[in-house]
Design a binder for this molecule. Structure first.
Ligand code: PEP
Ligand code: MN
Length: 360
């Protein structure tokens, strides 16, 4: 698959003066709820109305979606408001039903993108359609898997393709529900600069308080649009309650968001700077994680030394270790001064920790 300017034709045809916005509830719950939210979003910056009707749940027993009847409600929302309608498809049968009800935009969820068999089955079922198809990143931070999914759809002759960045899951507890790892969508954007790229701050944050900030970050990184879960009564939503915003909050968010021009030199500078700083912030978090892990190992050694009644410091080991690290570090282009200062600090902290353990 090659980048071509035609990849963004479908987006250009919206003729928007602002980023594309897809909004609506995580899940369709009742006909009234679907219609009520749709009417509240009508005449706003929202072009596409979303609602999940088949919900992939992590564990059985959660709300699994209303199913086919929800397609009827979405269709009615389109007739009454004029917005295009979107839903998630995860099987060939979902595609068949969505096409029967003339759903305009189909998206492939993160759990589905992670499975090439499932993506291929969906691509085969979509063959020949002129619907807009958006593919979310896989749950795991794997650009090749995401690209593979995009290519499967492209090879099925889907002309109106786009991607949604919804963050990546991690076992580590962070302030995000799904860590953004911005470098991955940025790499994708570098490969396919004309492929419409949409950010899903709802699933990245998992928390409505952070949606504004992540939306702005995405626009600063030249994302083409946003998909934001919007509910008339977020706290009582049947799924993803914590991350949904009201239509009113969404409209306020539009007023506060700053869109940046792509082709002005100073803007360009700012965007690059922002990209690099985000990258640095992510690396720094990794450095902290690694330091924390190192200290856990240090503690294990401390316990071992205590059991065997051995002194905390073995000077030979420390001197040999430092020589080796200086050699490795200077080979990587780091200055000797910096390495010595850094590792003396790390070593000091390790000794302090072991002292506590040995004396406990
Ligand atoms: C959704 O958009 O409601 C959804 C289930 O998202 P994801 O596939 O990103 O988890
Ligand atoms: Mn959701």
């Amino acid at each position: 698959m090659e980048n071509t300017p035609q990849l963004r034709t479908w987006l250009d045809e919206f003729n928007l003066t602002h980023p594309l916005v897809i909004a609506g509830p995580c899940s369709a719950e009742t006909e009234d709820q679907v219609l009520k939210i749709a009417h509240e979003l009508k005449n706003s910056d929202v072009s596409i109305y979303r609602a999940g009707i088949w919900k992939p749940r992590t564990r059985p027993g959660g709300f699994e979606g209303v199913g086919e009847i929800g397609l009827k409600w979405l269709k009615k929302a389109k007739e009454e408001t004029g917005m295009l309608i979107a839903t998630e498809v995860a099987t060939a049968n979902h595609v068949k039903l969505a096409l029967e009800y003339d759903i305009d935009v189909l998206w492939i969820g993160a759990r589905t993108t992670a499975n090439p068999f499932a993506v291929q089955e969906i691509a085969d079922a979509l063959q020949g359609t002129d619907k807009i198809v958006l593919i979310k990143n896989p749950v795991n931070p794997d650009l090749a898997l995401w690209l593979g999914g995009i290519e499967r759809l492209y090879n099925a002759n889907i002309k109106k393709l786009g991607v949604i960045h919804r963050g990546f899951s991690s076992y580590e507890k962070t302030k995000y529900r799904n860590i953004p790892e911005w470098q991955i969508p940025i790499d994708l954007q570098n490969r396919f600069p004309d492929l419409p790229l949409i950010c899903d701050p709802s699933h990245i944050t998992g928390n409505r308080e952070m949606i504004q900030k992540v939306s702005q970050q995405a626009l600063n990184l030249n994302f083409d649009g946003l998909i934001i879960e919007t509910h008339n009564d977020p706290d009582n939503a049947w799924s993803d309650a914590a991350q949904q915003v009201t239509p009113e909050t969404l409209k306020k968010l539009f007023l506060d968001l700053k869109t940046r021009k792509k082709d002005e030199i100073s803007e360009n500078y700012n965007n690059n700077l922002e990209n690099l700083r985000l990258h640095i912030d992510e690396i720094d978090i990794k450095i902290l994680d690694i330091l924390a892990k190192r200290m856990q190992v240090v503690d294990e050694i401390g316990k071992l030394k205590k059991t065997h009644n051995v002194a905390v410091l073995q000077n030979n080991r420390w001197r040999n270790m430092l020589d080796k690290i200086v050699e490795d570090g200077t080979n990587k282009g780091l200055s000797e001064d910096f390495i010595v200062t850094l590792f003396k600090a790390i070593h000091q902290e390790s000794i302090n920790n072991q002292e506590k353990i040995v004396n406990s």
